[in-house]
Design a protein around this ligand. Structure first.
Ligand SMILES: *Cc1c(COP(=O)(O)O)cnc(C)c1O
Length: 379
């Protein structure tokens, strides 16, 4: 969905004869989660952006209030946060590179390692599809070519096909676990098996934006993979589990032979001092966050079991969202959700992602599903 603002600037650009780089016209438009529509007598809920429904922790609000000197630039290296993360994760602080959200960290990786070569040839970046909507935009903007490998029918990565797609132009592979928007995780064995097949000069990025919500004991832990593999990079964020989406702070973890280049391409001051302090407070009060995350996981279980009780088939849900494989019924169901003042994320005629939100929102969603006869059935 293009915003009105974008529409205006596109028109203004045409009028002046100014055109963007060719790739910009070919990029899909990022569709941010829509706000819910107001329905008389119903409280509205936003279940369209995988946000954490809990307000910030009191200690996070205190940390924000305690740092009012925004007339100063932040520490460009976010040293305090990286030091705190280093002991939290037991990794060297040097191996952590912060960014404006993990999306900022991903863009930095792409800007550093993938793009167009001097001779005009394009590097290739392989990722599963459907996956995080920002991937095609970020890869396209980098100048590299997207190689999208379709998911398996159950919403999992087709790792065999992804390994087979590697060519001598492949610079990077993105793994998304749990996969947004479908929900399944990759297991440790799967990722190790994949890494064994991929040349060691191909960077394998493990995007763990939803890591806090994972409860599958076989699920991969990206940090353990990074410890064992020089070409593995982990992406994590404070946006989802820690609920700091509005502050934009995330990071990558990788070895010094990669971080030496990442530090060259870093967007200066990408993490504000307030975001840095809020992230530190979140780490210091991790126990309180875990309780909230556990409450969301319990709600996820309730929603999944509720859908299963209706005979609906949904992929493994290890993030803070569920995927409904509604196919051509997707737009119709999106309208029904809207009438219930629930904003959800519909992907064309493919399916729908619904974030686990407030208890009342989840209950209303389940009640709506119970009235709908065309849900995704076990076939
Ligand atoms: C939300 C999300 C991110 C990043 O979000 P930031 O707010 O930029 O940290 C990254 N990857 C996936 C798969 C996501 O869903």
């Amino acid at each position: 969905m293009t915003t009105t603002e974008n529409d205006t600037s596109a028109v203004a650009g045409q009028a002046s004869g100014i055109s963007p780089r060719p790739v910009v016209d070919r990029l899909p438009r990022y569709a941010a989660g829509k706000p819910p529509v107001a329905i008389e007598g119903l409280e509205s809920y936003k279940l369209s952006s995988n946000e954490n429904p809990f307000p910030p922790l009191p200690s996070v609000l205190e940390a924000i209030a305690a740092h009012p000197n925004v007339n100063r630039y932040p520490d460009p290296l976010a040293t305090a946060l990286r030091t705190e993360l280093a002991s939290f994760l037991d990794v060297p602080a040097e191996d952590i590179v912060t960014g404006g959200g993990s999306l900022g960290a991903l863009n930095q990786l792409l800007a550093t390692f993938a793009g167009q070569r001097e001779d005009g040839t394009q590097d290739e970046v392989i990722y599963p599809w459907r996956s995080f909507e920002a991937y095609p935009i970020s890869v396209g903007l980098s100048g590299a070519r997207s190689v999208q490998v379709p998911l398996l029918a159950d919403g999992r990565h087709d790792l065999d096909a992804m390994a087979a797609a590697v060519t001598d132009r492949t610079r990077m592979v993105l793994l998304c676990t749990p996969n947004n928007p479908t929900g399944p995780v990759l297991s440790t064995d799967e990722v190790e098996g994949f890494l064994a097949k991929v040349p060691s000069d191909v960077i394998v990025v493990i995007d763990e934006a939803y890591e806090d919500f994972v409860r599958d004991p076989d699920a991969v832990n990206g940090v353990e993979i990074y410890r064992r593999h020089q070409n593995a990079v982990v992406l994590r964020t404070f946006s989802k589990g820690a609920g700091l989406a509005g502050l934009r702070v995330g990071y990558s973890i990788s070895h010094p032979h990669l971080t030496q280049y990442l530090r060259v391409t870093a967007v200066p001051f990408a993490v504000s001092q307030i975001a840095e302090q809020a992230a530190i407070a979140s780490l210091k009060h991790h126990g309180e966050l875990v309780e909230r995350i556990q409450a969301l996981v319990a709600e996820r279980t309730r929603v999944v079991e509720g859908l299963q009780a209706l005979g609906w088939s949904i992929p493994q849900a290890e993030g803070n969202f569920v995927w409904l494989d509604l196919g051509e019924n997707t737009p119709e169901f999106a309208v029904l959700a809207e009438q219930q003042a629930l904003a959800v994320r519909a992907f064309g005629t493919e399916g729908m992602r619904v974030t686990i939100g407030e208890e009342e929102a989840n209950s209303r969603f389940l009640a709506l599903c119970a009235t709908y006869t065309k849900g995704p059935r076990v076939s």
